[in-house]
Design a protein around this ligand. Structure first.
Ligand code: PLP
Length: 413
């Protein structure tokens, strides 16, 4: 465990040993990485798990290497299941969160007139998928309204559940384009009460907050491993509840891994969430994900969930005091994504000026978040997303850099 056992915090949580965690993270020596919402920096054990496997594949052959590492591959399911409070048989590996999401949607036999109930903050690709379902199957898409403080109005959403009896309720825990944390467990309680199918996009929350699929009350949950979980690119997963497995949901294009072809005219899906997986597997990435989940659990997900949003809050407070900067995050609860608009700059040149200071960040545009950016009346913003291995000094350096650039922006006008 990478913690100081001698230095408990005020409420008895052990303090993270940030220096040791940084020493474990080669990228910390190169950049100020405030783009964890894009892709976290790999810790050394994740990197070596993947390198070791690629070396083994090169030495003995790809199929032989995966057979030799079958127990370690299994640990991905065991560790991730333990992290989400579910079993290994409820997890499917996926090549991205979007792939996991599309595979989950493909398992729902939508009919014309079925309602998909979602929020105004759900991820762009999910919104596009719903629109595509509308185009192809004639589903109706309903967006729950927001509460005055920002984020979905859960009571209004529950009313819409009772009114429409949706075929699917979908919520993104943390959107890609703001610091908002949506109350997914509250939404889930209504879904369970009304027995509605509930799909949660936890792409930005896994590795940032503890996730308990029972507490959330979801049937399906998707995420990537590359963001706050600090796994490799090209990886993600789908959680599938026992309820959904027992009800016989299966992806539209189930393959020879997900099903047994037991007669010329017949196939049978496998019993577990493996029915949502493909036969071909990037084993090095899966082993990297197993290492990433293990690493996060060793660091301590509760401790991460305290430090990471606190660093973001420090950054948000400092940026809010900079003339010419408008912090855009709204909601009762805010996480580690910090977004702001700045006067006097165009997006690409501003990002390039931030890059020049070796600060990693990301641009967001209105096309990523039509509702949210429309409400806020902004066309673009910069997103900064620290993680627990970043330091308070880095936060201060980044906000000083933004203040510098804001001065430059205002003098250029
Ligand atoms: C909230 C959210 N959902 C889904 C995705 C899509 O993830 P992936 O790129 O792994 O498909 C992202 C990526 O930024 C995201 O932020």
């Amino acid at each position: 465990m990478r913690v100081h056992d001698s230095a408990p915090l005020d409420n008895a949580e052990p303090l993270l040993d940030v220096a040791a965690l940084r020493a474990d993270t080669p990228g910390c020596a190169e950049v100020i990485h405030f783009n964890n919402a894009g892709c976290g920096l790999l810790p050394a054990p994740v990197l070596s798990a993947m390198q070791d496997h690629l070396n083994l594949e090169a030495r003995i052959g790809g199929y032989e290497a995966s057979a030799a590492r079958a127990d370690e591959v299994r640990q991905f399911y065991v560790e991730l299941g333990a992290m989400l409070n579910t079993g290994p048989d409820n997890i499917a590996f996926a090549s991205s969160a979007t792939h996991a999401y599309a595979t989950a949607l493909s398992a729902i036999p939508f009919e014309p007139g079925d309602v998909v109930l979602t929020t105004r903050h759900d991820f762009i690709s999910n919104q596009i998928a719903f629109l595509s379902l509308r185009k192809r199957f004639g589903v109706r898409l309903v967006h729950a309204p927001d509460a005055p403080e920002g984020g979905v109005d859960v009571a209004a959403m529950a009313d819409l559940m009772r009114e429409h009896r949706p075929r699917l309720v979908a919520a993104t825990h943390i959107p890609t384009n703001s610091g908002l944390v949506q109350p997914v467990a509250e939404i889930g309680r209504h879904c369970r009460e009304l027995d509605l199918l509930y799909l949660v996009d936890a792409c930005q929350s896994v590795g940032q907050y503890p996730l308990d699929v029972d507490e959330i009350g979801c049937d399906l949950l998707t995420a990537t491993c590359r963001k706050f979980l600090r796994g490799p690119r090209g990886s993600g997963f789908l959680y599938v509840s026992d309820r959904v497995l027992r009800a016989g949901y299966e992806p539209l294009f189930i393959d020879m891994y997900g099903a047994r072809w037991n007669a010329p005219g017949h196939y049978e899906p496998v019993r577990t969430a493996a029915r949502f997986e493909d036969w071909e597997f990037p084993y090095a990435a899966v082993l990297g994900c197993a290492a990433a989940v293990r690493y996060a659990r060793n660091v301590g997900v509760e401790a991460i969930a305290r430090r990471t949003p606190a660093l973001a809050a420090r950054l948000r407070d400092q940026l809010a005091a900079v003339p010419g900067v408008r912090v855009l995050d709204q909601g009762a609860r805010l996480g580690a994504l910090v977004t702001f608009a700045i006067e006097g700059w165009q997006p690409e040149s501003f990002k390039a000026a931030v890059d020049e200071r070796r600060i990693n960040s990301a641009l967001s545009f209105r096309g990523l978040a039509q509702f949210d950016f429309g409400d806020k009346d902004v066309d673009w913003c910069l997103r900064l997303s620290p993680h627990y291995y970043n330091t308070e000094e880095e936060v201060d350096e980044v906000s000083a850099a933004v203040a510098d650039l804001a001065r430059l922006g205002s003098s250029a006008r």
